[in-house]
Each structure stands twice: as C-alpha cells, then as structure tokens.
Write a protein that binds this ligand. Structure first.
Ligand SMILES: Cc1cc2nc3c(=O)[nH]c(=O)nc-3n(C[C@H](O)[C@H](O)[C@H](O)COP(=O)(O)OP(=O)(O)OC[C@H]3O[C@@H](n4cnc5c(N)ncnc54)[C@H](O)[C@@H]3O)c2cc1C
Length: 183
C-alpha cells in the first residue's frame, strides 16, 4: 500500500479513474487504479464474413462481464461474406465441406462433399443467428479509412453509412481486419 501524505483518496477501492498522480515533487507518477484494474476497451471488427461471425462467438466466451465493447462494420446488407456474394453457376467450396466448418461446430447434415454457395450461406448465417451477431453488427457500413494515433493510443476508423450516405469517425483500442478479399 502507498503511504499518502496529502490526504487524497487513492484507495484502490475508490473506483476513481483519473490522470496520474505525483508525490508532490514529480519524482514519480502512478495511476489512480489498483494493479490490473480493467479499463474499458473497444474492439472494431471490419467485416461480418466467416471471421467476423467467429469473432462474436469468441468475444462472448472470452469477455463476458468485462468492460469490453465489440462493434462490427459490414458493408453488405447481410452477414457471411463470400457465401452471400458469390452465386455464379456451380459456385461451391473447393475442400470437402466437413473440413469447411468452424472447428468447434461441424455440420453432420451437409448434402454432399463439395457443397454449393447457398447451402454454405445457410450454414454460416445460421451460426451468426445462433451466436447473436445481430447484436454487434452494423450492416451497410463500409470502413474507408483507419488511422492510428500514437498520443491517444487509439485507432480512428472512418466509416461510410451506405444507407444514409454519411461518413463518421469511430475510435477504438483494437481493430480486427476481417475483410477477406471482398472490397
Ligand atoms: C467460390 C469460392 C470457394 C471457396 N472455397 C474455399 C474452400 O473450399 N476452403 C477455404 O478455406 N476457402 C475457400 N474460399 C475462400 C473464402 O473466401 C474464405 O474461406 C472465407 O470466406 C474467408 O472468410 P473471411 O471472413 O475472412 O472473409 P469473407 O467471407 O470474404 O468476409 C469478409 C467480409 O468483410 C466485408 N468487408 C470487406 N471490406 C469491408 C469494408 N471496407 N468495410 C466493411 N466490410 C467490409 C465483406 O463484405 C465480407 O462480408 C472460397 C472462396 C470462394 C469465392
């Protein structure tokens, strides 16, 4: 425990988050927080394809009850990326479908070995619904820029709202690029 000489409440239980404090002669600085006190953190995921859907499941398992916020920006009007966009004749996965599921959740119901795009879309869309992706995703939002600010220790992410044709900037500690190859 640090011995206080100025009577200030810097108890680790005060819940105060503020600028760092000094001992009065600037010899050292310390933060008004206890060791390993969690701070709020935001995560922005770009894209709600397969990786973005998986991010929600992992996020819920890893950060339940933590002060961590997740937002996914997706340019399309639905999830599942590759399997939403590709519909050309014969479009299918090129590895056997049992090897093309999330590793934690296979699908015993595939209709054949090299499954078509619609069936793949339905599987991944179904997983998105099961994991509650809706709660986190903002559809029709295209990320058009991303800058790191060293002073603030944050990413500033420029987002185009395709439905209203407006642009805004969001900030975050963590960016996950889940864009795949679909621009
Ligand atoms: C016909 C075909 C067959 C394939 N077969 C296989 C296979 O058998 N095995 C295999 O491993 N892989 C296969 N792939 C590759 C497939 O793309 C990946 O397996 C998978 O889609 C990667 O998932 P992802 O989430 O990384 O990317 P995607 O599924 O591509 O999703 C990316 C998402 O990001 C969104 N996005 C992109 N840019 C932005 C932006 N700037 N702002 C907001 N959102 C954005 C997109 O709209 C999309 O929803 C195949 C691809 C195709 C086209």
């Amino acid at each position: 425990m640090v011995a206080l000489t100025d009577g200030a409440d810097r108890s680790p239980f005060s819940g105060v988050r503020g600028p760092s404090s000094t001992n009065g002669n600037n010899n050292y600085h310390y933060k008004n927080q206890y060791l390993e006190q969690p701070r709020p953190v935001r995560i922005i995921v770009i894209g709600a394809g397969l990786s973005g859907i998986a991010a929600v499941k992992i996020f819920k398992e890893r950060f339940a009850g933590e002060p961590v916020e997740l937002v996914i920006y997706e340019k399309n009007n639905d999830v599942a990326g590759t399997w939403l966009e590709n519909r050309y004749p014969g479009c299918s996965c090129d590895v056997p479908a049992h090897a093309y599921t999330f590793s934690w959740e296979g699908n015993p119901l595939w209709s054949r070995a090299y499954v078509g795009a619609v069936e793949l879309f339905e599987y991944f869309k179904g997983r998105a619904v099961a994991y509650g992706v809706d709660e986190f995703v903002r559809l029709q939002h295209r990320v058009v820029g991303c800058d790191w600010d060293d002073q603030q220790g944050k990413w500033f992410v420029k987002v185009e709202d395709l439905s209203s044709e407006t642009t805004f900037v969001d900030s975050t500690e963590v960016v996950i690029n889940a864009c795949g190859f679909l621009k």
